[in-house]
Design a protein around this ligand. Structure first.
Ligand code: NDP
Length: 487
């Protein structure tokens, strides 16, 4: 894997566009702690240009036959899969995940989403209602307009595709602001999408810092909808920003997801699932299973074995194909270590607790897989999203207590239940206040199924057939066909 420093511009109206001020953001390779690229720190002028471009793009795209829209989106899916190795490498260099994760992201997540929504482009339809002799009424489902997308660093395309693909299928134009920590894959993707036949202006990428360009973006009166994925704190700020231009918002925010293991669970599967749930991508996944709730009768054996397994977890840069890569920034590493220090004062540290000693990992932002046992449910490490490889383990006595502890959080993004009792699985799934419930697995939910977050994890529908409605306005048209009764 090469690492020459790149100098990238923004991508607006089918062209690379230098920033108007010359100010840049430095993008760091988290596995090496070295400069990877610079991108413009966009200004109001740059943003105005991107939104004007998207307004022009919208007029072309909404008037493009839906069948043709679907064909172009399908071509994007196919091209992304063909070029998956190149995009996987960019993802790994910039976000720190393994090449294998990058390949999966391009083929089975982002590629799959563009493929899925390509097929939906010409199946958007409304309803009709006849009042005999009075009215023929019908609905028109119309694209929202210029949609603004804000994407976190951990999966620029794996998460970006979740809103960009349905937005395009519904006939909207798109302006994306990627994280200034990981803007590269989305910039290159926008160029690729235009080469696949997307008209100029339909997909634009602006770069710059969240506090700064992000605030200007979410206050911009030219946006017709805001689709945000990121932390709850930033989501709150964006909703305040957008209050002056009260357009539709969809918010996919943070999580602190409970992973519940009952005594009747398949032990080996539950152990492997618990490890994957928190340590894959070093815990930097919104739905990571960061709170493990274990039934008292199996707790000692389960946690003992988990701590042993944590010692064998591989840690390394992208080429190592390790389960755990670096955390994204030096600042995030310090934040995670700070949470670990807090944990030491309230719970028992049974694995990890620091940084790896491997000399090759000293320059990058690596943290050991860390497990705390006996964590009180109100401790900060049990309640706050750490977004790092830190697992809090607590015990429960029975099903009611497990449900109560699982729901005792401000978040409601994901959850998991491990049990061989099918009745219990359904009962617990029904009681958990979370957008997703995994039963006897972790993470492998179908992208074809729609869901909505609970509580401080956000609002709006993501994935599957119903997500398309977040990108459509519904208009009713009533035609007089006779003499309606007098009022
Ligand atoms: P942040 O909330 O810090 O940033 C997310 C995005 O918002 C970035 O593009 C960031 O830009 C931008 N941003 C920051 N401040 C503003 C602002 N004032 N106005 C507009 N945009 C702004 O999250 P992270 O990038 O650290 O990602 C981790 C978080 O994302 C976790 O909380 C995680 O749970 C959540 N997440 C949620 C997912 C879900 O599906 N629910 C999926 C993945 C992650 P910049 O980086 O340039 O500051």
């Amino acid at each position: 894997m090469t690492q020459d420093t790149m100098s990238l511009d923004m991508y607006v109206h089918g062209e690379w566009r230098a920033g108007s001020t010359g100010d840049v953001v430095e993008v760091i390779n988290p596995a090496k702690g070295e400069l990877l690229a610079t991108v413009p720190n966009g200004s109001q002028e740059d943003l105005d240009a991107a939104i004007e471009s998207a307004q022009e793009g919208f007029e072309v795209w909404r008037n493009t036959h839906p069948r043709v829209r679907g064909q172009i989106i399908y071509r994007i899916a196919e091209t992304l899969k063909e070029r998956a190795p190149e995009f996987a490498e960019l993802y790994s260099l910039n976000s720190g995940g393994s090449i294998g994760t990058g390949m999966w992201t391009m083929n089975d997540v982002a590629g799959r989403r563009f493929e899925y929504y390509a097929g939906m482009a010409d199946k958007i339809r409304g309803d009709s209602f006849v009042t005999p002799g009075q009215f023929l009424s019908y609905t028109l489902r119309e694209p929202v307009g210029v949609t603004g997308h804000i994407v976190p660093w951990n999966g620029p395309l794996w998460i970006g595709s979740r809103t960009i693909a349905p937005a395009l299928a519904a006939g909207n134009s798109v302006v994306v602001k990627p994280s200034s920590e990981a803007p590269i894959t989305l910039l290159k993707f926008a160029e690729m999408a235009i080469e696949c036949g997307l008209p100029p202006g339909v997909l634009n990428v602006v770069t710059g810092r969240g506090s700064g360009l992000g605030d200007l973006f979410t206050r911009h009166p030219g946006l017709d909808g805001i689709y945000f994925t990121g932390s709850t704190a930033t989501g709150r700020r964006i909703m305040e920003n957008s209050a002056g231009n009260p357009v539709r918002t969809v918010m996919e925010l943070g999580g602190k997801s409970p992973n519940i293991v009952f005594a009747d669970a398949g032990m080996e599967e539950a152990l492997a699932g618990a490890i994957l749930a928190i340590f894959a991508n070093s815990g930097q996944i919104c739905v990571a299973g960061s709170r493990l709730l274990v039934e008292e009768s199996i707790h000692t054996e389960f946690v003992g074995r988990l701590a042993e397994m944590a010692k064998d977890i591989t840690i390394g840069g992208p080429e190592a194909e390790a389960l755990m890569g670096p955390v994204i920034t030096a600042r995030q590493k310090e934040r995670v270590l700070d949470y670990i220090e807090q944990g030491k004062s309230v719970a028992e540290l049974v694995a990890g607790g620091g940084t790896p000693s491997d000399p090759d990992l000293q320059a990058g932002f690596f943290v050991e897989p860390t497990i705390f046992d006996g964590v009180p449910n109100d401790a900060s490490i049990a309640q706050e999203e750490i977004f790092g490889p830190v697992l809090s383990v607590s015990t429960f006595a029975d099903q009611d207590e497990a449900i109560a502890m699982a729901n005792d959080t401000q978040y409601g993004l994901a959850s998991a239940v491990w049990t061989q009792n099918v009745m219990r699985a359904h009962q617990v799934a029904g009681e958990l206040r979370a957008a997703q419930v995994y039963v006897n697995h972790y993470y492998t939910a179908a992208f074809e199924v729609s869901r909505s977050p609970y509580k401080a994890s956000g609002h709006g529908v993501s994935e599957g057939p119903d997500a398309i409605f977040e990108f459509l306005n519904q208009k009713s048209v009533s035609i007089k066909t006779g003499e309606p009764p007098a009022w």
